[in-house]
Design a binder for this molecule. Sequence first.
Ligand code: MCA
Ligand code: AMP
Length: 505
Amino acid sequence: MNNNIYTIFEQHFPASREAICIETPGRVTYSYAELESEAARLAHFLAALGLQKGDRVAVQVAKSPQVLFLYLACLRAGLIYLPLNTAYTENELAYFLENAEPALVVCDPASEELFERIGKTISLQHVFTLDANGTGSLITASEDTTATFDTVQCNSDDVAVILYTSGTTGRPKGAMITHGNLAANGLALQQTWQWHQQDVLLHALPIFHIHGLFVACHNVFLGGSKMLFLPRFDAEQVMQLLPEATVLMGVPTFYTRLLEQPEFNHSICKNMRLFISGSAPLLAQTFEEFQQRTGHTILERYGMTETGMNTSNPVNGARIAGTVGLPLPGVEARIVDENNIPVSGDTVGVLQVKGANVFKGYWRMPEKTAEEFTEDGFFITGDQACYNEQGYICIVGRNKDMIISGGYNVYPKEIELILDEFPGVKESAVIGVVHRDFGEAVVAIVVPEEINTPPNEQAVISELKSKLANYKVPKKIIFLEQLPRNTMGKVQKNILREDYRDTLL
Ligand code: MCA
Ligand code: AMP
């Protein structure tokens, strides 16, 4: 038996492979037959380059159907797919490449030279390009390759994908996600959300993270369904296409932006079966406003890069605002106190999860991996949670110093390390504050060496922009004489968060 996740997808593709899998806004369609042959062609090409099972393929490209063909090709060839946010800068990319040592990079033509340069310092063998139109040297070079390929044999614990997630220390860690993790989580979601061949997903998420790549696309592949594949989220375009869709998946910002559209109403959503939200907390206010405007109740679910999806509100049954529902089939979840003793009711503790969905570990970081698990094998999420009256899980806070802005995670340490190096800066503290559009947004509190002559704010912002993905760059810098500290000398970020909570409103 082949446990390669692609083999499992294939078993779920529609019997008639002429059924459409992907449709673009320009009405270009790709059938399941084309999905199979394009993935086979690319897999053949990658294998012919000499790439071996377990080699990493790093991909930083704009969203297009061809990226999905490449992803499936890597799975088929037993290669480890390493997607990278298109916002990452040279600084960030150099770290990922050095850490993951990919054998091949696929990038936008505009960044080819950058990757060639970074690649010199590691033993990067190949750089190919793929642009937003789905053309580039990767496609040209693989054009004449055979469109059949025997999917490489994989075990459940073979790594399929590495996804970098930052950490409280500021050094990103590569989460190793196996073929077995993807299968367990994909099938659990397909069953829970009752995905079927008549479903049409409106896909407006980026495809370099769990949400857009696994949660969205895997459900389509396992449901044998179709997706309307948009390059990015655009509220007007989403409204235009919603009448053709049955499912939308998004971060809370998608829903607040739709509600800002005066024409967004009941009739636009008349064919919809499910609106799903995740990656960040959905405000009860958004949940209720959405219900009033459309008659639909948003289904909120909860997950992590390391675990995939853990819990979900039900399709049939009450979906409750401010909760993330119940554990998915095959997922064990418990909330524990500081002594690792399970708590019940509305007592807040840390959420821990266990199951075939939980990742294999951090790439080349066995100690960091060990730190994140309990002795009895539960993964410590770092999220604070409790149960509501119905026994649903509510995420009420985080033990980790992390900001979620528009669905993207930002780790303050990464920004503070750069700020503290800036001339004239003594120290800094980066916090998340309330933001109307992004839920939370990044703000930096900076203590200058001389309070009367602080560094130039624009110069600081420019420095950060050159080193960090744009969504991590603070929306505002506040200069303070000193940071609040407790008796142990630890910066009291809770005070800063309280004081500057409304600074961007
Ligand atoms: C864009 N900007 C942002 C963000 N996005 N600032 C803060 N937070 C953001 N999320 C800034 C840019 O830096 C830029 O500023 C300006 O906004 C316009 O950029 P643009 O790219 O045009 O913005 P947009 O297209 O309107 O994007 C907003 C968005 C996008 C649609 C909400 O951020 C998005 O698609 N988010 C989804 C993220 C996601 O998929 N997360 C899932 C992770 P400037 O001009 O100053 O540079 S997976 C996960 O979390 C787990 C596993 C889970 O449970 O799902
Ligand atoms: P990531 O590191 O991108 O995997 O983000 C995972 C984190 O996002 C979780 O640990 C939570 O803190 C947060 N998250 C994801 N979904 C939800 C949700 N529905 N409600 C609250 N937080 C969420």
